[in-house]
Design a protein around this ligand. Structure first.
Ligand code: NAG
Ligand code: NAG
Ligand code: NAG
Ligand code: NAG
Length: 340
């Protein structure tokens, strides 16, 4: 070695070269979804991409056994019912058959369906993807060329959040039937409303957290022990909905436990404990937002109609002003003509 610098370079180089040899096939690179990767509904092909522990999968799941009809999503592979925790927002809800998802050469995840045009699966991203990964947390993450996250399923929840996920301020969950919406409102309130309005143009809401007026944004959090709570930007806990379970709970000895919170078709938010990797049976409800027999209803003025009303009012005022100005200008001209 001539000098310490070359020595260091040599060390670094040998380290880089040795990584693939040491880590080999079992490394995370096996789970690295790169340009050109694809999955398809073909029974002989790869139907999904797994997370390293195999707990979560992203891809095509069969809608019935043996039939050629699939859905796209993220699911818990080792739970009793292979619980679906995320689905993309496709304009075509029909079951999918003879399709594939490809990371094309432009770094776009495209869904190819036979007899249909190619569709970017995650909408139009501002940057091309270089690689992606199905994480053990349940988050499907897409990275650009400098390994910045450009898209992640945790930022686009559908009806469910899982342990470790948060529902950010201004975001919502929508029930499968599309009838109910859980909103983490900018006001700091968590609220479940039906998408319908009553005759006073108010949302019909069946549950509200009563945590209004916070100076910083509030998010709904679900931690790995099953504690569901609202916390603000600084991490200050505003409200605990559940206390969470002790780590040494019996289930964690038998298998792993993953919690999820789902907005269901009856307009109730429920927290489930999913038993992973053991024959421990179905998921168990640990908490729900309210009992379906409760009569209490909260009525909330729709921000949409308020905003609409205000904008409409402003447009009318501007229109009246314009008419007045034109009218006045016309009068002035006529008077000038009369004076001449
Ligand atoms: C995944 O693959 C990309 C492109 O080949 C590479 O840049 C990235 O470092 C890889 N990431 C991991 C975690 O293996
Ligand atoms: C799948 O594999 C089987 C047996 O190898 C073969 O008979 C069948 O044609 C294949 N199907 C497709 C769709 O490639
Ligand atoms: C599947 O799609 C491919 C390409 O779009 C087409 O060539 C093939 O005939 C289709 N197969 C079936 C069984 O529909
Ligand atoms: C919420 O629960 C945590 C953990 O049990 C506790 O430390 C915290 O004080 C609770 N906060 C509120 C506001 O109840």
């Amino acid at each position: 070695m001539k000098n310490p610098r070359t020595h260091l370079l040599y060390l670094l180089l040998s380290f880089v070269i040795s990584i693939p040899l040491v880590v080999g096939e079992s490394s995370v690179s096996k789970f690295n979804i790169t340009i050109g990767s694809s999955i398809s509904t073909s029974p002989n092909g790869t139907n999904y991409w797994l997370s390293p522990s195999g707990v979560y999968a992203f891809g095509f799941y069969p809608l019935c056994s043996g039939c050629d009809r699939y859905g796209v999503g993220i699911w818990l592979t080792k739970s009793y019912d292979s619980t679906l925790v995320w689905t993309p927002n496709l304009d075509n809800d029909e079951p999918i058959s003879n399709a594939s998802i490809v990371v094309d050469q432009y770094g776009v995840f495209v869904l190819r369906r036979s007899g249909s045009t190619l569709k970017p699966l995650f909408g139009n991203l501002f940057e091309p993807a270089l690689y992606a990964m199905m994480k053990d947390s349940g988050n499907f993450v897409v990275y650009n060329s400098v390994s910045d996250i450009i898209w992640q399923s945790f930022d686009h929840p559908t009806d469910t959040i899982v342990s470790g996920q948060t529902l950010k301020s201004g975001h919502s969950l929508i029930s499968k039937s599309l009838k109910y919406r859980l909103m983490m409102r900018k006001s700091g309130e968590l609220i479940i409303c039906s998408k319908f309005y009553n005759r006073w143009w108010k949302w019909i809401c069946n549950w509200v957290s009563h945590t209004r007026k916070r100076s910083s944004p509030v998010a709904l959090n679900l931690d790995s022990n099953g504690r569901l709570y609202l916390a603000d930007w600084d991490g200050l806990v505003i409200k605990n909905f559940t206390e969470g379970e002790e780590q040494q709970h019996a289930w964690s000895i038998v298998g792993k436990q993953i919690y999820r919170v789902t907005l269901e078709d009856d307009g109730v938010l429920r927290m489930y404990s999913e038993r992973i990797g053991c024959d421990c049976g179905r998921s168990v409800v640990l908490w729900e937002s309210y009992c379906s027999t409760c009569k209490e209803r909260d009525h909330v003025t729709s921000d949409f109609f308020l905003a609409f009303g205000i904008s409409f009012g402003i447009i009318i005022v501007i229109a009246i002003c314009c008419i007045c100005i034109i009218e006045l200008a016309g009068k002035c001209k006529r008077r000038q003509n009369e004076l001449k």
